[in-house]
Design a protein around this ligand. Structure first.
Ligand code: ZN
Length: 390
């Protein structure tokens, strides 16, 4: 059985211990006691070194704690030194204690119980028993949590018998001794994780998004150093946007909204002009084309940028009688064939046949069809058969 030093002293970042067992290859090591926290209760494991070798994972095996090393630990009768990556661990302690605080605040202010929690490498979440959480409530909870941080309430750990432990926020289903983490006069929760000793050490509490997940509301939050780092990132992103708009930071949101409105308007205006222009162009191309024996005029368009532009031009050409449009796109090599109803031609049928002969694929309706071919040379011979239709 491994003695877990973090239960009674979560601030211990260095220790020595005896190796009591190890895997054959020496990369999985068991100690008589350890300060390394294994992944459990939603909290991520510690990293650090054991005998100078990096610890990459710590696994809770009920009775024992397994330390997974990046290289074998040589057999040794002497105690080995363990060093915890304190920056990572303290960050976990800030997020974890912040979660206890937030769970208490949400329940005390609004009666929203915490259903589950998740601690991630970038942010943490708690799922609240609430179908909706307004921005006002988020802000009130954030403000209250930060006031309790400023109040520097002691956070203590006691070991109590499950049968007699009273006043727990959530009844534990465990029997025997419970490890109870208390935030002075605010919260008592059974928990095996690592916590800071005062709410002051949680640092800033920053609530981010709240989104509905099934019938619960998932609140994303960051605490302490992480909150500062997140705020710094947000500030830098916002500053880049503000600089590109030559605007003050606080004006960015309204400016972006105004610009996107203007963009929508100019998009609509552009589409209208494009439609008008394509009808002029279609007229010009139609006038220039010579009718064949059946009076059908064939227009070839080679300068369109997209298949959508070709479609718009073909639609424009349908204003005239007995017209066929052959549209050519170089990249990817593709072709559009459109035939007006009075041309007595079936664009879909013709193109399908020609594409099959050219090793291409595609199809469409009797009025408009499109398809692609393997390369530019095939494209050109396909276009000439479509233009001559022989
Ligand atoms: Zn906890």
């Amino acid at each position: 059985m491994t003695i877990r030093l973090y239960y009674t002293d979560p601030y211990r970042s260095e220790f020595t211990a005896n190796v009591v067992d190890r895997s054959e290859d020496g990369t999985r090591v068991y100690l008589d006691e350890t300060a390394f926290y294994p992944t459990s209760g939603g909290q991520l494991h510690d990293t650090g070194t054991l005998g100078g070798i990096p610890v990459v994972d710590v696994i809770d095996e009920d009775d024992r704690v397994a330390h997974v090393l990046s290289a074998p630990l040589p057999p040794t009768p002497a105690p080995v030194a363990g060093v915890i990556d304190w920056k990572r661990r303290f960050d976990h302690m800030q997020q974890h204690t912040g979660q206890h605080l937030l769970s208490a605040v949400f329940e005390d202010l609004f009666g929203h119980k915490t259903l589950s929690v998740h601690f991630g490498p970038d942010y943490s979440t708690l799922d609240l028993d609430a179908e909706f959480l307004s921005r006002d409530r988020m802000m009130a909870a954030e403000e209250r949590a930060n006031a309790l941080v400023a109040g520097a309430l002691p956070v203590t750990v006691t070991f109590e018998d499950a049968a007699t432990a009273a006043g727990l926020r959530k009844q534990s289903d465990r029997a025997g001794t419970l490890r109870i983490v208390s935030i002075d006069a605010l919260d008592r929760s059974a928990c095996g994780g690592t916590h800071v000793r005062s709410t002051a050490e949680i640092g800033a509490v920053l609530l981010r998004s709240a989104e509905r997940v099934r019938s619960a509301t998932r609140v994303e939050f960051v605490c302490g150093v992480r909150a500062v780092r997140r705020a710094r990132k947000d500030f830098e992103s916002l500053t880049r946007i503000a600089t590109s708009l030559s605007a003050a930071l606080d004006d960015v949101a309204s400016l972006v909204a105004a610009q996107s409105e203007r963009l929508k308007e100019s998009d609509n205006a552009r589409k209208k002009l494009e439609k008008e222009l394509s009808s002029f162009r279609a007229r010009e191309l139609y006038d220039r084309a010579t009718p064949d024996a059946n009076g059908v005029r064939t227009i070839v368009i080679r300068d369109a940028a997209t298949i959508d532009e070709l479609r718009t031009l073909a639609q424009g050409a349908f204003e005239f009688q007995k017209v066929v449009v052959v549209g050519v796109l170089r990249s990817p090599p593709s072709v559009l064939l459109a035939a007006s109803e009075d041309s007595d031609l079936d664009a879909g049928k013709i193109l399908k046949e020609r594409l099959a002969a050219a090793g291409g694929r595609g199809g469409g309706s009797p009025r408009m069809a499109q398809g692609g071919v393997p390369d530019a040379a095939v494209l050109e011979s396909l276009v000439s058969t479509l233009v001559s239709r022989v």
